[in-house]
Design a protein around this ligand. Sequence first.
Ligand SMILES: [Zn+2]
Length: 90
Amino acid sequence: MTIQSLDLKIPLIREKINLLEQQKIGIPTPNCAYCGSSGHVDMTKDEYNTGREKLAQGSSFSEAFPFLSPDLLEMLISGTHSWCKHTHIS
Ligand SMILES: [Zn+2]
């Protein structure tokens, strides 16, 4: 491989890395108390890493993951699916 062809590839690789960083990953959640299945909450790797850092510094889950709805926050913390909870309450 010549140096010239490498030069051409670098911007493409950078673009791919950016895409990967913006890609959402599924964070596995604990088992739901109602149905017993686990689930996952989607966020980007960056959001996950930032959130984990904030948690380690003593932030609450809602401070660490401010972009998640209360339902998703509960899923992340306890594993409880909002749909299972609603089914069992009504
Ligand atoms: Zn459930």
